[in-house]
Design a protein around this ligand. Structure first.
Ligand code: FPP
Ligand code: MG
Length: 298
Protein backbone atom coordinates (compact mmCIF):
# COMPACT_ATOMS: atom_id res chain seq x y z
CA UNK A 1 0.00 0.00 0.00
CA UNK A 2 2.71 2.45 1.02
CA UNK A 3 4.66 1.56 -2.11
CA UNK A 4 2.02 3.45 -4.13
CA UNK A 5 2.94 6.54 -2.12
CA UNK A 6 6.67 5.95 -2.71
CA UNK A 7 5.99 5.69 -6.44
CA UNK A 8 3.95 8.89 -6.39
CA UNK A 9 6.72 10.80 -4.60
CA UNK A 10 9.22 9.44 -7.14
CA UNK A 11 6.93 10.54 -9.95
CA UNK A 12 6.71 14.06 -8.48
CA UNK A 13 10.50 14.15 -8.18
CA UNK A 14 10.99 12.85 -11.73
CA UNK A 15 8.60 15.55 -13.03
CA UNK A 16 11.22 18.09 -11.99
CA UNK A 17 13.62 16.57 -14.49
CA UNK A 18 16.63 17.61 -12.44
CA UNK A 19 19.53 15.21 -11.97
CA UNK A 20 20.81 16.85 -8.79
CA UNK A 21 17.39 16.65 -7.12
CA UNK A 22 16.99 13.00 -8.15
CA UNK A 23 20.43 12.19 -6.74
CA UNK A 24 19.65 13.99 -3.48
CA UNK A 25 16.30 12.25 -3.21
CA UNK A 26 18.02 8.87 -3.52
CA UNK A 27 20.11 9.77 -0.45
CA UNK A 28 17.11 10.65 1.68
CA UNK A 29 16.25 8.03 4.33
CA UNK A 30 12.53 7.24 4.09
CA UNK A 31 11.52 6.87 7.71
CA UNK A 32 8.37 5.29 9.04
CA UNK A 33 5.93 7.10 6.73
CA UNK A 34 3.56 7.47 9.67
CA UNK A 35 1.58 10.30 8.06
CA UNK A 36 1.13 8.43 4.77
CA UNK A 37 0.09 5.31 6.65
CA UNK A 38 -2.60 7.21 8.54
CA UNK A 39 -3.93 8.82 5.37
CA UNK A 40 -4.24 5.52 3.52
CA UNK A 41 -5.76 3.76 6.52
CA UNK A 42 -8.38 6.48 6.92
CA UNK A 43 -9.14 7.25 3.28
CA UNK A 44 -8.24 3.99 1.51
CA UNK A 45 -5.73 3.58 -1.34
CA UNK A 46 -7.42 5.80 -3.92
CA UNK A 47 -5.58 8.31 -6.09
CA UNK A 48 -6.50 11.39 -4.05
CA UNK A 49 -5.36 9.71 -0.84
CA UNK A 50 -2.11 8.56 -2.44
CA UNK A 51 -1.41 12.07 -3.75
CA UNK A 52 -2.22 13.64 -0.38
CA UNK A 53 0.04 11.14 1.36
CA UNK A 54 2.87 11.82 -1.11
CA UNK A 55 2.54 15.59 -0.66
CA UNK A 56 2.46 15.32 3.13
CA UNK A 57 5.54 13.07 3.16
CA UNK A 58 7.40 15.53 0.90
CA UNK A 59 6.51 18.41 3.22
CA UNK A 60 7.53 16.35 6.24
CA UNK A 61 10.86 15.41 4.62
CA UNK A 62 11.46 19.09 3.78
CA UNK A 63 10.77 20.11 7.35
CA UNK A 64 13.30 17.56 8.66
CA UNK A 65 15.93 18.76 6.16
CA UNK A 66 15.50 22.28 7.51
CA UNK A 67 15.26 21.06 11.09
CA UNK A 68 18.60 19.27 10.88
CA UNK A 69 20.25 22.47 9.67
CA UNK A 70 18.58 24.45 12.46
CA UNK A 71 19.49 21.85 15.10
CA UNK A 72 23.06 21.29 13.78
CA UNK A 73 22.16 17.60 13.58
CA UNK A 74 24.68 15.52 11.70
CA UNK A 75 22.72 12.29 11.84
CA UNK A 76 19.16 11.42 10.94
CA UNK A 77 17.82 7.92 11.51
CA UNK A 78 21.32 6.71 12.38
CA UNK A 79 22.75 7.90 9.05
CA UNK A 80 24.58 11.11 8.16
CA UNK A 81 22.04 13.87 7.59
CA UNK A 82 21.94 15.57 4.18
CA UNK A 83 23.41 18.74 5.70
CA UNK A 84 26.29 16.64 7.02
CA UNK A 85 26.84 15.09 3.58
CA UNK A 86 26.31 18.09 1.29
CA UNK A 87 26.28 21.16 3.53
CA UNK A 88 23.54 23.45 4.83
CA UNK A 89 22.90 25.33 1.59
CA UNK A 90 22.11 22.19 -0.41
CA UNK A 91 19.98 20.73 2.40
CA UNK A 92 17.92 23.93 2.69
CA UNK A 93 17.36 24.29 -1.05
CA UNK A 94 16.50 20.62 -1.47
CA UNK A 95 13.94 21.12 1.31
CA UNK A 96 12.55 24.16 -0.50
CA UNK A 97 12.20 22.17 -3.73
CA UNK A 98 10.42 19.32 -1.93
CA UNK A 99 7.90 21.48 -0.17
CA UNK A 100 7.19 23.83 -3.05
CA UNK A 101 6.62 20.89 -5.39
CA UNK A 102 4.39 19.42 -2.69
CA UNK A 103 2.37 22.64 -2.59
CA UNK A 104 2.08 22.67 -6.37
CA UNK A 105 0.63 19.16 -6.32
CA UNK A 106 -1.67 20.03 -3.42
CA UNK A 107 -3.57 22.29 -5.83
CA UNK A 108 -4.62 19.21 -7.80
CA UNK A 109 -6.35 17.46 -4.89
CA UNK A 110 -9.14 19.54 -3.34
CA UNK A 111 -9.49 23.02 -1.90
CA UNK A 112 -10.41 21.70 1.52
CA UNK A 113 -7.47 19.31 1.64
CA UNK A 114 -5.15 22.06 0.38
CA UNK A 115 -6.41 24.42 3.08
CA UNK A 116 -6.00 21.98 5.96
CA UNK A 117 -2.52 20.84 4.88
CA UNK A 118 -1.19 24.32 4.11
CA UNK A 119 -2.52 25.66 7.39
CA UNK A 120 -0.64 22.86 9.17
CA UNK A 121 2.58 23.89 7.41
CA UNK A 122 2.11 27.44 8.73
CA UNK A 123 1.71 25.93 12.22
CA UNK A 124 4.74 23.72 11.67
CA UNK A 125 6.87 26.71 10.80
CA UNK A 126 5.55 28.77 13.73
CA UNK A 127 6.25 25.81 16.01
CA UNK A 128 9.81 25.39 14.79
CA UNK A 129 10.43 29.12 15.26
CA UNK A 130 9.03 28.85 18.80
CA UNK A 131 11.33 25.87 19.45
CA UNK A 132 14.31 27.95 18.35
CA UNK A 133 13.29 30.99 20.42
CA UNK A 134 12.50 28.91 23.50
CA UNK A 135 15.90 27.22 23.40
CA UNK A 136 17.61 30.56 23.97
CA UNK A 137 16.32 30.57 27.56
CA UNK A 138 15.52 27.95 30.18
CA UNK A 139 11.79 27.47 29.62
CA UNK A 140 9.97 26.17 32.69
CA UNK A 141 6.41 26.62 31.36
CA UNK A 142 4.76 23.32 30.48
CA UNK A 143 1.91 24.95 28.55
CA UNK A 144 4.35 26.79 26.29
CA UNK A 145 6.17 23.50 25.61
CA UNK A 146 2.87 21.74 24.81
CA UNK A 147 1.78 24.51 22.46
CA UNK A 148 5.15 24.39 20.71
CA UNK A 149 5.07 20.61 20.16
CA UNK A 150 1.46 20.84 19.02
CA UNK A 151 2.51 23.30 16.32
CA UNK A 152 5.86 21.73 15.46
CA UNK A 153 4.79 18.09 15.28
CA UNK A 154 1.14 17.39 16.01
CA UNK A 155 -0.28 19.90 13.51
CA UNK A 156 0.83 17.97 10.40
CA UNK A 157 -0.25 14.60 11.82
CA UNK A 158 -3.59 16.12 12.83
CA UNK A 159 -3.99 17.64 9.36
CA UNK A 160 -3.08 14.32 7.69
CA UNK A 161 -5.81 12.52 9.60
CA UNK A 162 -8.28 15.38 9.03
CA UNK A 163 -7.55 15.61 5.29
CA UNK A 164 -8.00 11.85 4.94
CA UNK A 165 -11.31 12.04 6.80
CA UNK A 166 -12.45 14.75 4.36
CA UNK A 167 -11.50 12.55 1.40
CA UNK A 168 -13.32 9.56 2.89
CA UNK A 169 -16.39 11.50 4.07
CA UNK A 170 -15.70 10.45 7.67
CA UNK A 171 -16.32 12.71 10.72
CA UNK A 172 -13.45 15.18 10.56
CA UNK A 173 -13.34 16.20 14.22
CA UNK A 174 -12.88 12.60 15.41
CA UNK A 175 -9.87 12.08 13.16
CA UNK A 176 -8.42 15.50 13.95
CA UNK A 177 -8.45 14.62 17.65
CA UNK A 178 -6.89 11.24 16.93
CA UNK A 179 -4.11 12.83 14.87
CA UNK A 180 -3.52 15.58 17.40
CA UNK A 181 -3.17 13.14 20.30
CA UNK A 182 -0.94 10.85 18.27
CA UNK A 183 1.26 13.78 17.26
CA UNK A 184 1.61 15.17 20.77
CA UNK A 185 2.42 11.73 22.19
CA UNK A 186 4.88 11.11 19.36
CA UNK A 187 6.87 14.25 20.15
CA UNK A 188 6.70 13.64 23.91
CA UNK A 189 8.16 10.18 23.34
CA UNK A 190 10.77 11.53 20.93
CA UNK A 191 11.82 13.93 23.70
CA UNK A 192 11.98 11.04 26.20
CA UNK A 193 14.09 8.95 23.83
CA UNK A 194 16.58 11.80 23.64
CA UNK A 195 17.25 11.12 27.33
CA UNK A 196 16.97 7.33 27.49
CA UNK A 197 18.84 6.42 24.32
CA UNK A 198 22.49 6.67 23.49
CA UNK A 199 24.06 7.54 20.19
CA UNK A 200 24.08 3.92 18.95
CA UNK A 201 20.38 3.33 19.45
CA UNK A 202 19.08 6.76 18.51
CA UNK A 203 21.66 7.98 16.05
CA UNK A 204 22.28 11.21 17.94
CA UNK A 205 24.23 12.03 21.11
CA UNK A 206 22.52 11.57 24.49
CA UNK A 207 20.86 14.62 26.09
CA UNK A 208 21.31 16.39 22.76
CA UNK A 209 18.10 18.39 23.27
CA UNK A 210 19.29 19.95 26.54
CA UNK A 211 22.73 20.66 25.10
CA UNK A 212 20.91 22.43 22.24
CA UNK A 213 19.02 24.49 24.84
CA UNK A 214 15.71 22.63 24.60
CA UNK A 215 14.00 22.20 27.95
CA UNK A 216 11.62 19.45 26.96
CA UNK A 217 8.94 18.10 29.31
CA UNK A 218 11.29 15.91 31.42
CA UNK A 219 13.49 18.94 32.21
CA UNK A 220 10.43 21.04 33.06
CA UNK A 221 9.14 18.38 35.46
CA UNK A 222 12.60 17.81 36.93
CA UNK A 223 13.02 21.52 37.55
CA UNK A 224 9.71 21.61 39.41
CA UNK A 225 10.85 19.02 41.98
CA UNK A 226 14.47 20.09 42.53
CA UNK A 227 15.46 22.15 45.58
CA UNK A 228 16.74 25.69 45.09
CA UNK A 229 20.43 24.79 44.89
CA UNK A 230 19.71 21.99 42.44
CA UNK A 231 17.54 24.33 40.36
CA UNK A 232 20.52 26.67 40.06
CA UNK A 233 22.74 23.75 39.06
CA UNK A 234 20.32 22.53 36.36
CA UNK A 235 20.04 26.06 34.96
CA UNK A 236 23.84 26.33 34.87
CA UNK A 237 24.04 23.18 32.72
CA UNK A 238 21.48 24.42 30.20
CA UNK A 239 22.64 24.82 26.59
CA UNK A 240 26.22 23.73 27.18
CA UNK A 241 28.32 20.70 26.34
CA UNK A 242 28.06 18.40 29.35
CA UNK A 243 30.78 16.40 31.06
CA UNK A 244 30.08 12.73 31.83
CA UNK A 245 29.48 13.67 35.51
CA UNK A 246 27.01 16.40 34.61
CA UNK A 247 25.16 14.06 32.26
CA UNK A 248 24.99 11.46 35.00
CA UNK A 249 23.77 14.01 37.56
CA UNK A 250 20.85 14.92 35.31
CA UNK A 251 19.88 11.31 34.52
CA UNK A 252 20.31 10.27 38.16
CA UNK A 253 18.00 13.09 39.34
CA UNK A 254 15.48 12.09 36.70
CA UNK A 255 15.61 8.52 38.01
CA UNK A 256 15.30 9.60 41.60
CA UNK A 257 12.14 11.61 40.90
CA UNK A 258 10.68 9.15 38.37
CA UNK A 259 10.44 11.93 35.84
CA UNK A 260 10.45 9.74 32.75
CA UNK A 261 7.58 7.65 34.10
CA UNK A 262 5.57 10.82 34.70
CA UNK A 263 6.16 11.98 31.11
CA UNK A 264 5.42 8.53 29.74
CA UNK A 265 2.13 8.45 31.68
CA UNK A 266 1.14 11.79 30.17
CA UNK A 267 1.85 10.54 26.64
CA UNK A 268 -0.03 7.33 27.42
CA UNK A 269 -3.10 9.28 28.48
CA UNK A 270 -3.22 10.91 25.04
CA UNK A 271 -2.74 7.54 23.36
CA UNK A 272 -5.45 5.90 25.49
CA UNK A 273 -7.89 8.60 24.40
CA UNK A 274 -6.92 8.09 20.74
CA UNK A 275 -7.25 4.30 21.06
CA UNK A 276 -10.67 4.60 22.66
CA UNK A 277 -11.86 7.01 19.99
CA UNK A 278 -10.79 4.67 17.19
CA UNK A 279 -12.30 1.64 18.92
CA UNK A 280 -15.61 3.52 19.16
CA UNK A 281 -15.47 4.12 15.40
CA UNK A 282 -14.48 0.57 14.47
CA UNK A 283 -10.99 1.65 13.33
CA UNK A 284 -8.96 -1.26 14.69
CA UNK A 285 -5.84 -0.62 12.61
CA UNK A 286 -5.69 3.04 13.62
CA UNK A 287 -6.15 2.02 17.22
CA UNK A 288 -3.21 -0.42 16.86
CA UNK A 289 -1.02 2.29 15.28
CA UNK A 290 -1.61 4.48 18.32
CA UNK A 291 -0.94 1.62 20.71
CA UNK A 292 2.31 0.66 18.97
CA UNK A 293 3.60 4.19 19.39
CA UNK A 294 3.50 3.97 23.18
CA UNK A 295 4.79 0.39 23.25
CA UNK A 296 8.15 1.46 21.79
CA UNK A 297 11.35 0.49 23.66
CA UNK A 298 12.74 3.06 26.05
C1 FPP B 1 11.58 18.01 14.39
O1 FPP B 1 11.70 18.38 15.71
C2 FPP B 1 10.99 19.13 13.59
C3 FPP B 1 9.74 19.22 13.14
C4 FPP B 1 8.77 18.13 13.39
C5 FPP B 1 9.22 20.39 12.37
C6 FPP B 1 10.23 21.18 11.60
C7 FPP B 1 9.58 22.34 10.89
C8 FPP B 1 10.22 23.27 10.18
C9 FPP B 1 11.70 23.27 9.96
C10 FPP B 1 9.43 24.37 9.54
C11 FPP B 1 8.72 23.99 8.28
C12 FPP B 1 9.60 23.87 7.12
C13 FPP B 1 9.23 23.39 5.88
C14 FPP B 1 10.25 23.33 4.83
C15 FPP B 1 7.90 22.88 5.56
P1 FPP B 1 12.87 17.83 16.63
O2 FPP B 1 14.12 18.55 16.31
O3 FPP B 1 12.39 17.92 18.03
O4 FPP B 1 12.92 16.30 16.23
P2 FPP B 1 14.10 15.39 15.71
O5 FPP B 1 14.57 14.70 16.92
O6 FPP B 1 13.43 14.46 14.74
O7 FPP B 1 15.13 16.24 15.07
MG1 MG C 1 15.76 18.17 15.26
Amino acid sequence: MLSAVERKVEQFINDLNDKEISALYSKLPHGKRLRAKLILKIAGSNLSAIKTAAVVEMIHAASLLHDDVIDDAYTRRSKPSLNALYGNKTAIMFGDVLYSKGFLELNNISTEVARIVSNAVVQLSLGELKDVSLSKTFNTDKDIYLEMIYQKTASLIEASAGAAAILAGKPKSVYLTYGRNLGLAFQMIDDLLDITSNSETLGKPALHDFVEGKTTLPYIYLYEVLDDAQKVKLRSLHAKVLTKEEEEWITQKMDEHQILLKCYAQAKELIDEAVELMNEHGEEVLSDIAQEMIDREF
